[in-house]
Design a protein around this ligand. Structure first.
Ligand code: NAD
Length: 311
């Protein structure tokens, strides 16, 4: 039978690419409810959906910051049946915390974290009753590891990860599947908007050294990081559609060496030290990489020893 899919944040980026890809599935396995906060922005999706519009793809309004809007949308779906929920809507925020208001930070938490919580409060009980359902959450590598000047964004994605890790245990009892998708940089409107907001940020509340670090180190390298490591929204959509995704799925193999630093050193100093050297002491990056390789070698030898006590 056709599976019903609800995706949030489909006016652009990963949400749009995924909605279209699923709607265009050759075997017509999916009926996609592609939702967005503001329906006046639906043209791009409608155009990309083409002939699937009104057939395997329907566009609906849903603002993840409004319980009312989520309720209305879910209740408009036949039998409220959602087989696959993709929690994708999200926003970024960069810069020194001295220059951000608590309200701006709250909006990020409200969208990225409470947006997911609101969706699940409405949709999870039905999935539990049916003992079937798949919840796909677009998290980020920043849900595993913090990065300079992304303090609040990383916190919002860490919140998502902790929430899902706890919920996954209960979900298993109800035969529900949870998948966290953790992209590195993806070239979408997200990246453009975050960069533009960063460029016009009022830095007067920050000291000179911090303002200079943000403008002349962080923003200067921002575009280059996306150009050299960036994936496309279509790449991410492809990965989401893979069979049997694991609980955590990092999409970008070019980025995994960075997150591996975190798992390699439970004390947490290794990733922080490496990021510090990458940002502030380019000449020391070589020795930082070398330390990392040494540590990996040491760890693999240790586990080898443990597995083969006689050697
Ligand atoms: P995007 O800006 O193109 O898409 C995000 C979408 O969410 C937009 O369409 C936006 O309108 C929507 N949205 C924001 N607030 C909303 C709300 N209250 N209700 C409903 N929709 C709302 O960017 P994207 O890169 O496609 O982002 C999708 C997801 O991927 C986000 O959760 C983001 O955190 C995550 N992500 C992005 C990157 C990246 O580098 N672009 C990397 C890792 C994770």
């Amino acid at each position: 039978a056709q599976k019903t899919v609800l995706i949030t944040g489909c006016s652009s980026g990963i949400g749009l690419a995924l909605a279209v890809k699923m709607a265009r599935d050759e075997q017509k396995r999916f009926k996609v409810y592609a939702t967005m906060r503001n329906l006046t922005r639906k043209d791009k999706l409608a155009e990309a959906a083409g002939r699937t519009l009104g057939k395997t793809l329907e566009i609906k309004q849903l603002d993840v910051c409004s319980e009312e809007s989520i309720k209305t949308c879910v209740s408009s779906i036949p039998d409220r049946r959602i087989d696959i929920l993709v929690s994708n809507a999200g926003m970024g925020l960069i810069g020194p915390i001295e220059c951000q208001t608590i309200d701006e930070m709250r909006t990020v938490m409200d969208t990225n974290f409470f947006g997911l919580v609101r969706l699940l409060k409405e949709i999870l009980p039905d999935m539990k009753k049916r003992k079937s359902g798949h919840i796909v959450i677009i998290s980020s590598v920043m849900g595993i590891q913090g990065i300079l000047f992304n303090d609040v964004y990383a916190a919002s994605k860490f919140a998502v990860e902790g929430f899902c890790e706890s919920l996954a245990i209960q979900a298993l009892k109800f035969k529900l599947q949870l998948s966290l998708i953790e992209p590195g940089p993806v070239i979408t409107e997200f990246e453009k908007k975050v960069f533009e907001d960063g460029m016009k940020m009022d830095l007067s509340a920050a000291d000179e050294e911090t303002a200079d670090m943000f403008t002349n180190i962080y923003l200067k390298n921002y575009k280059q990081i996306f150009q050299s490591l960036g994936q496309s929204a279509e790449d991410i959509a492809e990965i989401i559609l893979a069979e049997n995704p694991p609980f955590r799925h990092q999409t970008n193999t070019l980025y995994t060496p960075m997150t591996t630093l975190k798992y390699a050193d439970p004390n947490g100093d290794l990733p922080i030290d490496t990021f510090y050297k990458m940002v502030f002491q380019h000449d020391k990056i070589f020795s930082a990489s070398l330390n990392f390789i040494k540590l990996l070698r040491w760890r693999s030898r240790k586990s080898f020893d443990l597995g083969n006590p006689s050697q």
